[in-house]
Design a protein around this ligand. Structure first.
Ligand code: SF4
Length: 247
């Protein structure tokens, strides 16, 4: 599904534009909650929500907190995030009284990479972009998942062709279970939940950025473009950083 933004339009409320509580959403919500409850029982301390701080992950964090599920919440701070994204971390802590574990890249690796390839290495080639993602995302993610048996993501089937077959639960190729409890939700349903439960979200979503990554690698999208078209927009690639690539 493509995203309907108005080209050149000023920021507008994503809730006003997209939120629509579908007839199926009550059942989808209950099912998502049940998946989280079952995972919490099955994995205990081995379970973590790996939040990108995007709107889908905020919905899941809200479900976890609202229903007092004992699930740890963690995020990655790549060192290249927008200030608006980083500002969500204390907002979550204030709103829900939950600690968010923040994993950052190893500074020495970042310094060496930037010294060798430059601050704008990601624009030079897909290989260098992936190398940057590896240093800033994959390595800290590996630490986040160390000792865990399962992790929760906000992946949805509608987000891109590459994600059209996302399962509610699958093997992540590293011996863990990867859970995507709202895989079947639509964009309109995600925003309907946000509206009804007053979920904090990144204001950049109101500027036609449905998918928000690092600042240099994210732009707003226009009419007819896919959800993830604003990620690494200069590349003709699958728009993935390696966090969710099937092994
Ligand atoms: S999204 Fe861009 S800045 Fe962020 S880790 Fe990947 S290449 Fe680097």
């Amino acid at each position: 599904m493509s995203f309907s933004a108005l080209p050149g339009a000023a920021a507008s409320s994503a809730i006003a534009l997209y939120a629509r509580w579908s007839p199926e959403l009550d059942a989808k919500l209950e099912a998502a909650l049940e998946r989280l409850r079952e995972a919490s029982v099955a994995h205990g301390d081995g379970l973590v929500q790996s939040s990108s701080l995007g709107v889908e992950d905020m919905v899941i964090t809200d479900l976890i907190a609202r229903h007092s599920l004992p699930i740890a919440i963690a995020t990655l701070d790549t060192g290249k995030l927008h200030p608006e994204t980083l500002a969500l971390i204390p907002r979550i802590q204030e709103r829900y009284g939950r600690e968010i574990a923040v994993f950052q890249p190893r500074q020495e690796q970042v310094i060496q990479f930037v010294r060798r390839e430059g601050e704008e290495a990601m624009f030079k080639s897909i290989e260098l972009r992936k190398a940057c993602c590896s240093v800033r995302k994959l390595e800290p993610l590996a630490r986040m998942l160390q000792g865990r048996s399962a992790w929760i993501t906000g992946l949805r089937r509608e987000q891109s062709g590459a994600r059209s077959d996302v399962a509610f639960e699958e093997d992540d190729g590293q011996g863990r279970r990867k859970l995507s409890p709202i895989a079947d939700w639509t964009w309109a349903e995600v925003w309907a939940y946000v509206e009804r439960f007053n979920v904090p979200t990144n204001p950049l979503h109101d500027q036609f950025m449905p998918s928000i990554g690092c600042e240099p690698c994210t732009r707003a999208i226009a009419v007819g473009e896919d959800f993830r078209a604003g990620r690494w927009w200069w590349e003709d690639s699958s728009k993935e950083c390696g966090l969710h690539v099937k092994k």
